[in-house]
Design a protein around this ligand. Sequence first.
Ligand SMILES: Cc1cc2nc3c(=O)[nH]c(=O)nc-3n(C[C@H](O)[C@H](O)[C@H](O)COP(=O)(O)OP(=O)(O)OC[C@H]3O[C@@H](n4cnc5c(N)ncnc54)[C@H](O)[C@@H]3O)c2cc1C
Length: 386
Amino acid sequence: MTTDLDFLDLDRLLSEEERLIRDTTRGFVTDKVLPEIAGWFERGHFPRELAKELGGLGLLGMHLEGYGCAGTNAVSYGLAALELEAGDSGFRSFASVQGSLAMFPIWKYGSEQQKQRWLPRMAAGEVIGCFGLTEPDFGSNPAGMRTSARGDGGDWVLNGTKMWITNGGIADLAVVWARAEEGVLGFLVPADTPGFSTRDIDRKLSLRASVTSELVLDDCRLPGDAVLPGVRGMRGPLSCLNEARYGIVWGAMGAARACVASALDYATSRVQFDRPIGGFQLTQQKLADMLVELSKGTLLALHLGRLKDDGRLTPEQVSLGKLNNVREALEIARSARTILGANGVTLEYPVIRHANNLESVLTYEGTSEVHTLILGQALTGLDAFN
Ligand SMILES: Cc1cc2nc3c(=O)[nH]c(=O)nc-3n(C[C@H](O)[C@H](O)[C@H](O)COP(=O)(O)OP(=O)(O)OC[C@H]3O[C@@H](n4cnc5c(N)ncnc54)[C@H](O)[C@@H]3O)c2cc1C
């Protein structure tokens, strides 16, 4: 079995360019992330300086066209997400938020001037973005948001609190969704705007190599042209989430692959009762089940990627992918952890780190329950949210 665990030979279904992007991202993760990640996770640190390297490799906003973005297809973006998350979900989260949640709304709904001002520097990793939708009292139901935007002369004045915001404390620019008289609008808030402040959320036991923060908007005054002119209503933030969720469908399989690889390696070298534990049928059952789910999930991600590149991918199909692949990745991580025995609970091996990270991935970008309800509604035509 090769180290990339490509049992179904999915490599054959990729183009030369897609393989190159995958291999480049994998090289970055091998050289820059894996040697340090256990320490970063332990210290709760995200190495901000690597943003420019990610930008230099063309991995930030890579599926967007123009404005310094690489303009790759959706499958290449997915492959990069998979390889980044094989390193750590924190790195995939960083790239997802930068590309799909901060750059995408500017690219899709921004004015020409906003695009020129922000996108090239964000693609280069010189400007870091975040996406403020969730609030302390509104998570799964963001439409209830209380953050308000009031017109005042030609300006906007924002008030409210956003919670659980990835990259918040290191961001130069926050994309903030707020309720105005005209409906929910998106605002570009530079971090040095008076009235804007952040507070990092400490004591997280998941996604530790990723900054998660609270954003406070206290009479935060913005010029009239800070609003994204091209969208109104919840369609704006939800369309961004759909882009990022697509990346998670792939990314989760990266975390899963790292866990299977670690468990396989351990199972063939750890000896108990005078034989490698991989020789016991119970261990083989775990490994075989992991391989089946890893292969199915990766194939599903590739299929959804091809649909996206054809312009045919629906939000409900993304929900199916996110629900399945994160759920199965978490199962794989937990099962791999058992194979590693006591070593499985230490940072000497990647498995418990991935398992802990995946707990956040299960919750953000729509919880598994929310995606289940989306599929339930698609099947029955009945809304079970309220
Ligand atoms: C590490 C991390 C990073 C994040 N990054 C960002 C970010 O960058 N930007 C951002 O805006 N947000 C971010 N989030 C927030 C994330 O999107 C929310 O946590 C998520 O939407 C869930 O909201 P909640 O935590 O308030 O849970 P709640 O909505 O309070 O849900 C709690 C539980 O109730 C269930 N539930 C809720 N409603 C229903 C229902 N109708 N039927 C059945 N069950 C239901 C949920 O599925 C869940 O199990 C992040 C979260 C984490 C943990």
